[in-house]
Design a protein around this ligand. Sequence first.
Ligand SMILES: [Zn+2]
Length: 121
Amino acid sequence: MERKTITKEKVVGMQVVDGDARLIGVVKDVSFAVGESRMYLVVELKDGKIQEFPWEDIQAAGDFVLLRPKPRIEAVAPTPTVTPTQAPAAQAQTLCPTCGKPLTYIQQYKRWYCYNEQKYV
Ligand SMILES: [Zn+2]
């Protein structure tokens, strides 16, 4: 099995293409995290920012560095659920000004009736 190696000299200056075949920048350097065996590609992005990519993100390196397609983190938008506009019972009720019990609207007389006190308010 052929072992694929890539040297810093070779990779620096290479264009970096992401998993969606978009040119994202140019390799500026290779960095090593202290205390880790990880290596990072230091990439200057098109907007001039520097971003590090873990070495294992590299899918292939030839004329340019191809990064692995990233598992897309979908923005989990809450699905708008149509909730029936149901006002809480307490809000829908008109309370008796004297005893505080719910009143009943008597359509026939167009008045509010308190069953608790058995009177119109
Ligand atoms: Zn009442």
